[in-house]
Design a protein around this ligand. Sequence first.
Ligand code: ZN
Length: 500
Amino acid sequence: MILQESCGLDVYIDVGACVRRSVAITLFLITIAPLLAAAEFRAGAAQSVITPELNGHAVYLAGFGHNRIATGVHDDLYARCLALGIARQTLVVCSVDLIGLFYDDVLTIRRAFQQTTPAGSVLIVASTHTHAGPDTLGLYGPKPLESGIDRKYLDWVDLHIATTAADAVRAMQPARLDLARDDHPLLAMLQGVDRPPIVKDPFLYVMRLVARSTGQTIATVVNWSDHPEVLGRKNTEITADYPHWVRAYLEKQMGGTALFFSGSIGKVSPLGDQVALLDPETGKIAEDGSWRKAELFGSKIGRLAERALKSAEAVNVDSLSIRTDTVFVPMYNPNFRVAEAAGVFAGRKPFYTNGNPDPAAETRDLPELGRVKYATGHDIETEVDYVQLRSDGVPVAEIVTVPGEIYPELVNGGVARYAGADYPEAPIEPVLREQLKTKYQFIFGLGNDEIGYLIPKAEWDEKPSWLKNAAEPWYGEVNSVGPDAAVVVLRALVALISRQ
Ligand SMILES: [Zn+2]
């Protein structure tokens, strides 16, 4: 746990408290003018292309299965970063068009970032989870136990994200902030959920940073929840999927850099959406899996973000509170254990026991895989973050990072107890949005890590009979580290949120 409220150089500080104390001291030194200038809210954005080279080697596309090799680039993948600064503290949030990055990669990115950035800068990196980008997790290679990771690319992209984050810091200028949210019914209808309970997280949150000097947009941040997989599994061209068109629409309409952050996307997919999108040019319904559908889908979200901004609230942010904690999550998933032992994660998802790295493995005979190496460490390490943007000491907006794909009922409430659940008596986890304090609740899924699905323990269902007495098992558990991941993550977040 790192939480500190001081004026030291450590990164996790409450800037408001720091500034108030500084002001008192500085009055005596009669150098108040520079201090006030330094306390002004600033913002800067930067973006860079992170599309992998396709020439000369196979780029395995991540998200659907094995051996899906990229055949072209439809639209470039990006790292897009927004830096927010007050006084000596800077928060940088980066959204990257990747299936996910592990915590170890984020730590690598931070080390590189901190070499070029003043102390006190905090970096959050979240993946959009596009299903048409390179395999940065390792799970989508040529065969089940052959990694799809291209180490050279991954090392390059880590460094590139760090450079882009530093560029955003250098671009900071005095700014004002507009906050908006929207709950248009279409937002929920564009989300498909195919596992009970049918709970969604339809809310759209928008942040707009405007340069004080010119009135021009520096950045627009959009946070919404739906898997970026409109193109489906048949597509083999690299694309950021619908977030590409969200950003393109907003940049065309209002300039600046648009950033898209995926929210509570566990089990939520546009592939099962409940509304058809009519193509205004042809008068016909855009076909599932088509480029046109992805374009209409993304543009629709962009338009709703623009609509939300029309009734935006201008806030005067004068301090940031950034709280972070690392947690150890128990690893249950045997496939992930075998994958780790086989080097599928390329050493980027180490296992731990009692808080120490534990690379131990043993040979086991498993029903479906035969004789395999099996990593025996107890946990994986991950991180949760909670940020308050404050005005006069009052929080006006919040950013939460969740290190994976969280089921929406853990965010909005509605965890259900069904016949067939493996842990029918399991306590219900705390509901995330119930803990939050402001109207503007940005939840960045796949924030600083990708540990897979976060599933309520009461709904965990690996063994027959199946939830609601279904004939077939429900999809989900195979992509989760285990039934206790959600409670560990949510308890850690609640502790951060409730800290004064
Ligand atoms: Zn996913």
